[in-house]
Ligand binder design. Structure first.
Ligand code: ADP
Length: 259
């Protein structure tokens, strides 16, 4: 940041005003820096799929007309890159929209059991190969202080990840809804590939993907969990993770209860 705080030591309202001004400028500065970093991250992330697309179009141009195999493969790969970019855009929009949630809104009232059941139903429909279990340790009336669609989005990110990072022979996921004094606690547990200790530290950073090379085929964007982190922060909740490499992962989302 370029901002240099004003120094006034008069011990009166003017000094106080300078202080308020400095605080304000510092916040604005941090915000601008954050936006700059976001734009630069995004440009960087879009460069890879664009380069791959470029390569395939070159291939198609040179050989695609005569070689059915190249035609098929390159078209399919291009489609894959395009859907990744689309997903990335949607997720970035979701991230941007999360910036200004009004915490005093009366619409922050989520019937967690209902939304969970809905999410489980959707998941079961799309991922029929999955074994899915919902453990409900709270009453049907339990409500959390969050927009229902944001809670559902959070669930679908976690379920999606459980699906993406579970090998074919261990496709099972358990969702637990629980509570303590303060929070509604939602856990999503899988028996997937797990996450190493080093990677866990970076998990919630934008565009972070453990083992990028291998992960490229799985077709994620590295944005899902940064949306989760933002969401938890916005609603004064928490997101935690417990995981063991090769064994599985549990993501724990805590959202304040509505009383
Ligand atoms: P992505 O689109 O890559 O899934 P996320 O932000 O949702 O992006 O996740 C970031 C990274 O964290 C993933 O690329 C993956 O390496 C790891 N990860 C997330 N969820 C799981 C999970 N359930 N099991 C194992 N690894 C996971």
């Amino acid at each position: 940041g370029e901002f240099k705080p004003i120094e006034i030591k008069t011990g009166d309202e003017i000094e106080e005003l300078a202080h308020v001004y400095n605080e304000m400028m510092m916040k604005t500065n941090a915000y601008v820096e954050q936006q700059k970093r976001f734009v630069s991250d995004v440009s960087h992330e879009l460069r890879t799929p664009l380069a791959v697309l470029d390569g395939h179009i070159n291939l198609l141009n040179r050989w695609g007309k005569n070689d059915a195999e190249i035609l098929d493969e390159s078209l399919q790969a291009s489609q894959f890159e395009i859907s990744r970019m689309k997903k990335m855009l949607e997720e970035m929009l979701a991230l941007a929209r999360l910036e200004n949630v009004d915490l005093s809104s009366s619409e922050l009232d989520c019937d967690v059991v209902k939304v969970c059941k809905h999410a489980v139903k959707n998941f079961a429909l799309v991922r029929q190969e999955f074994e899915i279990e919902l453990i409900q340790k709270v009453s049907e009336e339990t409500r959390a202080k969050i927009y229902p669609n944001h809670y559902e989005q959070a669930l679908s990110i976690l379920l999606d990840n459980a699906a993406k990072y579970s090998p074919d022979d261990r496709k099972s996921v358990i969702i637990t809804i629980d509570e303590d004094e303060e929070y509604v606690i939602t856990k999503v547990s899988d028996k997937g590939i797990g996450i190493s200790k080093e990677d866990i530290q970076h998990l919630f950073e934008r565009f972070f993907r453990a083992d990028k090379a291998r992960n490229r085929d799985i077709g994620g964007t590295g944005l899902g969990l940064s949306i989760m982190a933002r969401l938890a922060e916005n609603y004064k909740g928490k997101i935690e993770v417990e995981s063991e490499l090769g064994v599985g992962s549990t993501f724990i989302l805590k959202i304040p209860k509505l009383d």
